[in-house]
Design a binder for this molecule. Structure first.
Ligand SMILES: [Zn+2]
Length: 118
């Protein structure tokens, strides 16, 4: 005779498997769309925008979704440089390399920190 805990675990496992089957095709489609966006030069929202604290080069997104890399007072002018996305190195996920000063860092979501100021 199964206990209540066994039944709940079975239902949870079954629901989890069904949910995964439903989500997997959507996740694959999102990854495909992100890849297409990157090929077009757009920002795919797959990571935070990069801002190099060493040389102040930073990424921005235009109103049309195009990724640009800019610097200082000329913040609307695309330098044409691009931060290099590095695969996992030394346990750093989403690490990037600055094309100007070669610094390696993980872009952070500044808005995340601002929410604690409220
Ligand atoms: Zn830099």
């Amino acid at each position: 005779m199964a206990s209540i805990i066994d039944i709940d675990e079975y239902k949870i496992e079954k629901a989890s498997t069904e949910l995964f089957k439903k989500i997997q095709p959507l996740a694959e489609r999102i990854v495909q769309l992100q890849s297409e966006m990157k090929e077009l030069g757009m920002f795919a929202n797959h990571r935070c925008l990069a801002e190099c604290s060493r040389c102040q080069l930073f990424e921005d997104v235009t109103g049309k979704g195009m990724l640009i890399v800019t610097h200082g007072a000329d913040y609307r002018v695309d330098t044409g440089l691009r931060f290099e996305e590095l695969d996992k190195i030394s346990g750093m996920d989403n690490a990037v390399k600055c094309p100007s000063c070669q610094s390696i860092f993980c872009p952070i979501d500044k808005e995340y920190f601002y929410t604690f100021d409220d």
